[in-house]
Design a protein around this ligand. Structure first.
Ligand SMILES: *[C@@H]1O[C@H](CO)[C@@H](O)[C@H](O)[C@H]1NC(C)=O
Ligand SMILES: *[C@@H]1O[C@H](CO)[C@@H](O)[C@H](O)[C@H]1NC(C)=O
Ligand SMILES: *[C@@H]1O[C@H](CO)[C@@H](O)[C@H](O)[C@H]1NC(C)=O
Ligand SMILES: *[C@@H]1O[C@H](CO)[C@@H](O)[C@H](O)[C@H]1NC(C)=O
Ligand SMILES: *[C@@H]1O[C@H](CO)[C@@H](O)[C@H](O)[C@H]1NC(C)=O
Ligand SMILES: *[C@@H]1O[C@H](CO)[C@@H](O)[C@H](O)[C@H]1NC(C)=O
Length: 776
C-alpha cells in the first residue's frame, strides 16, 4: 500500500479526534496510521500533531495516549514503534563528533550516501582557536546529518560534542575533546552546538548532546575501569574545571541533550546524581533529554553495586532525572520497578515528556523526507565541495609548528630535488580521523599529497605499524633517507595506542619509533622534518634537543584533507598558526596516579597538579605553544587600570562564613552576591603586529594571573582569545571582552566563585598589564 492510500483508509477508520485531556479511548485503536503520524490530514487534527500548540502541550498529549508497556518500550535508544498511534520506531543513537561517524547504530553508510565529510579530530580543530571555524564545521555536519536522515541513513539525535576536560595526558579519548582549558572547551562547545542545532529557537535542525556528565576522563588505568571508577573531586575543581564546559553547553548554547557518564562522582553514579541533574534544569535552564552512556544504568548495579537490585538501579536513575537508557536495562527492569513501588508512572511520564519534546522540536513526527524546510537536503549536500574545502581549512588552521630551527621550514617549492617520506602512518588513510570517524569522502594519504610538491618522493614505512615492535624495516627506511635530499618522518600515535576504553601507559613514542626517528636523523644528509600524529601529548624531548631534527609539526588526527594541509604547510602555501590546546608533559608524569582527580598541586604528597593552570613541573611544550613562519608582537592599546566594586551587603553580613571558608574576607567577594557584575565588563584593545615578510593568522591568547591571596589560585587562566589575520609589516587590532565576575574570578575551597581583591595581571605573550580590583 502506498502511504497515500494508508491515509485514506485511516480517515474512515478514525472519525474520532483524540484529545489529550480525555483518557485513552479504545476507539482510537488502529493499525493503519501512516508511518509518520502527523504527515497529513486528518492526523494534523490530533493535538500532538497541531503545530500551533506549544511543544509542551503536544508532548504531554502524546504521553497521555500511551499504555504502560508502550511507554516502557520507548525508554531505550532503540525505541519501539507504536503502530497504533503511527509512531515510528526511533534509534536515538547517532554520532557526529567531527563528521557523521559510523559508531552508533543510527548511522549507516549503506545507501545513496556512501560517505560523509571527515573533519579533523576535535583536538586539532581546537588548536585553531577560531570560533567561526568551529561554528561552520558544526553547521556543515548538521547539513550532512539532515541529508542522511532524509535518505534513511541517520537519526536526528547525535551524541556529540565530547566536552570533558583533557585532564591527564594518557587519556585515550583526550583526542575527542577541545583540550585542557575550561574556557577553551566551553567556547568550542558553544560554537559547535549552536552551529549544529541551528539558531532557530525552539526548532532544532538536529540535536546535539553535551557529554559525558561529569568528571569522566579515565578509560582503563591500573585496576581502574571507566565503568566503575569513582572520580573523587573537590567542589573547587568541579566549579572551575569540570563543570564550566557543561554549563556553557547547556546555558549558552542550549544543547538539547545531556549524557551522564559511566563513572561515579564522589561515590554516586553520574546517572544517579539527583542534585546535579536537577541543578542542570533549574539553574542552567536545560530543556532537553538526559541519556545514559551506553549500558550506564546496568553498571550502577552490575559493576558498581551501588544499587541493591536492578529495580533500585532503575529507580535511582529515573528519580535522579535521567530520561532514556542507551541499552536495554530499562526495557527489562522498569515494569518490575513499578510493581515493587520503587518508581511511579509519573517518573516514566516525565522522561517521555522530555523525549517527545525533543522529537517534536525536530519535527520527527511530521513526516519525511520532503516535509519541512530541512527536507531539501540530499546526497548532493554531503561531501560537497564546500564541506571538503572546510575540512581542509580546519586541518590547515589547526596544525601546530612546534619547532623550527633557523627557519628550516617552509621548504622552497620546486627547489627540492628529492624527498623521502618515512613512517608507518605516512601511507594509509584509515588513521586520519582518529576516534569516531565514518567513511570519509575522498581521503588522501600524507605521502600522496607530499608527492604533489616533489615528483621524486619515495615512501618507506620504517616500522611495521604504529606499535613499531621491531627494527626489521629500519634498513629500508635508512636507505631511502640516505638517497634523498630531504627527509620527512611521520611518527606518533594512532588508535592502537589511544582510544575509547584504552589509556596510554607512556608518553614516549610507541615501540621503537624513537629509534627510527633518531637513526634517520643521524643518517640523512640534511636535518629532517618530524611530523607527529595523534591526540595525546608526546615526550619528544629527544627530538627537541636533536639539531639534526630541525622542525617538528603536530598534525593531530587531521581528517580526510590532512595530507594536503600538511603539504601546504611544509611547502609554505599555508603559514601555520595553530597553538597547543594541551600541555605536553615529560615522561616522568606517568608516576602521577591517573585516578587522582585533583587539579591543584599538593607538595605534601609530591603531586604536581594538572594543566597549565596548576601544574608546577617541567613541560615539553606548554599550553598555547605554536610557532609561525613570521613573527608577531603585541601592544595593549587600552585596558582599565582599576575596577571598583561596591562591597556587597550580604558579604558583610556573612563575614564569619566567608572567613571560615576562604580565610579571605578582606581579599575576596563572592560573585553570586554581587549585584552589578554585568556593569564591570570591559574590553581589552590589542594590536597584533606582523614583523616578518609572510602573511599569516595568529592566535591571541589573553590570560590573567589573579592575586595569590588564597589557596588553590591558578598560575594563570585563559580569559579570552581571538584568531586574527595580519599582512606583513601591518598590524591588526582586536578587542576581547572581559567579564570580571566570570573571567577574573576563581573557585574557593567550598566551590563558590570569588573575585579576589588586589592586582590582577592581564598577560599577552610577555606583556603584562595590571588591573587593580578594589571595593569602596
Ligand atoms: C490547532 O490548535 C489551534 C490553537 O489551539 C486551534 O485554533 C486549531 O483549531 C487547531 N487545529 C486543528 C486542526 O485542530
Ligand atoms: C530494536 O528493537 C526491536 C523491537 O522494537 C527489535 O526487534 C530489534 O531487534 C532491536 N534492535 C536491536 C539492535 O537491539
Ligand atoms: C545494505 O542495503 C541493502 C539494500 O537496502 C541490504 O540488502 C543489505 O543487507 C545492507 N547491508 C548492510 C551491511 O547493512
Ligand atoms: C602504500 O599503500 C598502497 C595502497 O594501499 C600500497 O599499494 C603500497 O604498497 C603501500 N606502500 C608502502 C611502501 O607501504
Ligand atoms: C595535600 O595532601 C595532604 C596529604 O594527602 C592532605 O592531607 C591535604 O589536605 C592536602 N592539601 C590540600 C590543600 O588539598
Ligand atoms: C577562521 O575560520 C574561518 C572559517 O574557516 C576563516 O574564514 C577565517 O579566515 C579564519 N580566521 C583566521 C584569522 O584565520
Amino acid at each position: 500500500m502506498s502511504p497515500q492510500s494508508t491515509q485514506l483508509t485511516a480517515i474512515f477508520l478514525l472519525p474520532i479526534i483524540i484529545t489529550c485531556s480525555a483518557p485513552y479511548s479504545s476507539l482510537c485503536v488502529s493499525a493503519s496510521f501512516p508511518k509518520f503520524p502527523c504527515s497529513g490530514h486528518p492526523y494534523s487534527s490530533y493535538p500532538f500533531c497541531n503545530t500551533s500548540l506549544p511543544i509542551d502541550a503536544r508532548a504531554r498529549c502524546l504521553t497521555s495516549l500511551l499504555r504502560l508497556h508502550e511507554k516502557i518500550s520507548l525508554l531505550s535508544n532503540n525505541a519501539s514503534a507504536v503502530p497504533r498511534l503511527g509512531l515510528p520506531a526511533y534509534e536515538w543513537w547517532s554520532e557526529s563528533l567531527h563528521g557523521i561517524a559510523s559508531n552508533g547504530p543510527g548511522v549507516s553508510f549503506n545507501g545513496s550516501i556512501p560517505s560523509a565529510t571527515s573533519f579533523p579530530q576535535v583536538l586539532l580543530m581546537a588548536a585553531a582557536f577560531n570560533r567561526s571555524l568551529w561554528s561552520s564545521v558544526g553547521s556543515a555536519i548538521a547539513v550532512e546529518a539532515r541529508a542522511m536522515y532524509n535518505t534513511g541513513q541517520a537519526g536526528l539525535t547525535f551524541w556529540a560534542p565530547n566536552i570533558n576536560i583533557f585532564r591527564d595526558p594518557r587519556w585515550g579519548r583526550g583526542q575527542e575533546t577541545p583540550g585542557e582549558d575550561p574556557m577553551l572547551v566551553s567556547a568550542f562547545a558553544m560554537e559547535y552546538v549552536k552551529g549544529f542545532q541551528g539558531r532557530n529557537g525552539e526548532e532544532l535542525m538536529v540535536s546535539a548532546c553535551c557529554k559525558h556528565f561529569t568528571a569522566y576522563d579515565l578509560e582503563k588505568w591500573g585496576n581502574f575501569r571507566r565503568y566503575s571508577f569513582d572520580a573523587v573531586v573537590t567542589e573547587q575543581d568541579l566549579m572551575d574545571t569540570y563543570q564550566p564546559p557543561f554549563r556553557s553547553c547547556i546555558q549558552e548554547a542550549k544543547a538539547s541533550c545531556l549524557m551522564c557518564s559511566y563513572n561515579r562522582v564522589n561515590g554516586v553514579p553520574a546517572c544517579a546524581q539527583k542534585n546535579m541533574l536537577e541543578k542542570v534544569r533549574s539553574e542552567w535552564g536545560f530543556e532537553g533529554y538526559i541519556t545514559s552512556d551506553c549500558d550506564a544504568v546496568a553498571t550502577v548495579f552490575e559493576y558498581q553495586q551501588y544499587s541493591k537490585t536492578p529495580e533500585d538501579a532503575v529507580a535511582d536513575v529515573l528519580k535522579a532525572g535521567m530520561d532514556i537508557n542507551c541499552g536495554t536495562y530499562l526495557l527489562r527492569h522498569t515494569k518490575s520497578a513499578l510493581k515493587q513501588g520503587k518508581i511511579s508512572e509519573e517518573d516514566i511520564d516525565r522522561a517521555l515528556f522530555n523525549l517527545f519534546s525533543v522529537q517534536l522540536r525536530l519535527g520527527l513526527f511530521d513526516g519525511k523526507p520532503v516535509n519541512g524546510k530541512f527536507g531539501k537536503f540530499g546526497p548532493e549536500d554531503v561531501c560537497s565541495e564546500e564541506h571538503r574545502a572546510l575540512a581542509l581549512e580546519a586541518a590547515r588552521q589547526g596544525i601546530v609548528l612546534l619547532k623550527n630551527n633557523k627557519n628550516f621550514l617552509p621548504l622552497k617549492k620546486n627547489a627540492v630535488s628529492s624527498l623521502a617520506v618515512i613512517g608507518p602512518m605516512a601511507n594509509g588513510t584509515d588513521g586520519l580521523g582518529g576516534g569516531y570517524t565514518g567513511i570519509p569522502c575522498n581521503p588522501r594519504s600524507l605521502y600522496e599529497e607530499l608527492r604533489v610538491y616533489v615528483e621524486k618522493t619515495t615512501l618507506s614505512a620504517g616500522c611495521r605499524g604504529v606499535p613499531c615492535e621491531s627494527k626489521d624495516a629500519f634498513s629500508d627506511a635508512i636507505l631511502a633517507a640516505k638517497d634523498a635530499e630531504l627527509v620527512l618522518v611521520v611518527a606518533g600515535l594512532d588508535l592502537t595506542q589511544e582510544r575509547e576504553d584504552n589509556d596510554r601507559v607512556s608518553l614516549l613514542l610507541p615501540g621503537k619509533q624513537m629509534d627510527l626517528v633518531s637513526s634517520i636523523a643521524s643518517m640523512s644528509k640534511n636535518p629532517i622534518i618530524l611530523v607527529l600524529t595523534g591526540g595525546g601529548p608526546l615526550d619528544v624531548s629527544f627530538a627537541e634537543n636533536n639539531p639534526k631534527i630541525s622542525s617538528i609539526l603536530w598534525i593531530g588526527y587531521p581528517g580526510e584533507a590532512g595530507g594536503k594541509a600538511l603539504a601546504e604547510v611544509v611547502f609554505g602555501d599555508f603559514n601555520p598558526g595553530g597553538r597547543l590546546p594541551m600541555t605536553w608533559y615529560p615522561e616522568s608524569f606517568i608516576s602521577v596516579p591517573m585516578n587522582d582527580m585533583h587539579m591543584r598541586a599538593n607538595s605534601s604528597r609530591d603531586y604536581p597538579g594538572r594543566t597549565y593552570r596548576f601544574y608546577n613541573g617541567d613541560r615539553i611544550y606548554g599550553f598555547g605553544h605554536g610557532l609561525s613562519y613570521t613573527s608577531f608582537t603585541y601592544k595593549f592599546i587600552s585596558a582599565p587600570r582599576k575596577l571598583s566594586l561596591l562591597r556587597p551587603f550580604k558579604c558583610r553580613s556573612n563575614q564569619n562564613r566567608i572567613l571560615e571558608e576562604t580565610q579571605a574576607f578582606d581579599h575576596a567577594v563572592y560573585t553570586d552576591e554581587m549585584e552589578f557584575c554585568g556593569s564591570l565588563r570591559f574590553r581589552v584593545q590589542i594590536s597584533v603586529m606582523n614583523n616578518g615578510d609572510t602573511d599569516g593568522s595568529h592566535v591571541v591568547l589573553l590570560f590573567s594571573r589573579p592575586p595569590r591571596s588564597i589557596d588553590g589560585v591558578p598560575e594563570k587562566q585563559l580569559i579570552g582569545f581571538d584568531r586574527v589575520h595580519t599582512a606583513p609589516s601591518h598590524h591588526t587590532e582586536t578587542s576581547i571582552e572581559v567579564d570580571p565576575c566570570n573571567h577574573l574570578s576563581i573557585a574557593d575551597g567550598s566551590g563558590k566563585r570569588v573575585l579576589l581583591l588586589g592586582e590582577h595581571v592581564l598577560m599577552l605573550g610577555d606583556l603584562e598589564h595590571s588591573v587593580s580590583v578594589e571595593t569602596y
